[in-house]
Design a binder for this molecule. Sequence first.
Ligand SMILES: Nc1ncnc2c1ncn2[C@@H]1O[C@H](COP(=O)(O)OP(=O)(O)O)[C@@H](O)[C@H]1O
Ligand SMILES: [Mg+2]
Length: 258
Amino acid sequence: MGKEILQAKAVTKRFGGLVAVDNVDFTLREFEVAGIIGSNGAGKTTFFNLLTGMFVPEEGVILHKGVDITRMTPQQRVERGITRTFQLTSTFDTLSVTDNLVLAFFRAFHQASIWNLLFTKMKRFHDEPKIVSILETFDLLPVRERMVKNLSLGEKRRLEIAMAVLAEPEVLLLDEPLAGLSESEIQGVLKVLRQQFGKQTILIVEHKISHVKDFVERLTVMHEGRIIAEGGYEECLNHPEVRKSYWQIDDSAEAAHV
Ligand SMILES: Nc1ncnc2c1ncn2[C@@H]1O[C@H](COP(=O)(O)OP(=O)(O)O)[C@@H](O)[C@H]1O
Ligand SMILES: [Mg+2]
């Protein structure tokens, strides 16, 4: 097993009286491809936000390679190599695919000069090897000059992931990267993510277990803020508590009716 890269220890996050994440322990190991699944409202996004630094837990700690990062900002975590996917805002909608990648490239490797670059100088970085190679990996070459607002949802999602991967993070965190995509777009996103296996540690949060079936090595199932199962796909699928809460199959009631 790889060494521990991200760890949550007994973290709790409340919203008023609601316990969105309830005393969760979680470990992500180097080069692992792990998934968190659970029904809507299970606390997946809140937990994700505790890992990325959007929220600070009321209780518990988050460790990165043994260092306490519980109170570090998202930017500080990115600098440590923990990166979530970009959410392309309307600001970048009128820039091309390649220009967005150039911005991400500069954010990662030449932080100070990013604003010098805007609009006038961006073109000269279109042939930067890292950018060309990422366009290739993420199947974005055919749309490289297209404005983001004219991309399909699948293309946009691939660009969002490409912008994160460009910074060569150690850990890549994705919250529902498949949401809203068609089946073929889902396969497209999973295909590009598979190319990162062994290069990055990947944690994917997903609502539908079937989407990540052949993708993740280890699953964690959340329900009402707690982790109710952890292990391989089959193991989680057949776990009594997962059957009861996630699939709403009550084994004891069924058994009583036989
Ligand atoms: N910013 C917030 N303010 C108040 N309640 C929230 C907030 N974010 C999430 N919640 C609540 O916390 C619970 C877990 O939500 P969430 O983490 O988004 O679940 P999931 O991502 O698994 O669907 C839900 O009951 C949700 O309504
Ligand atoms: Mg969510």
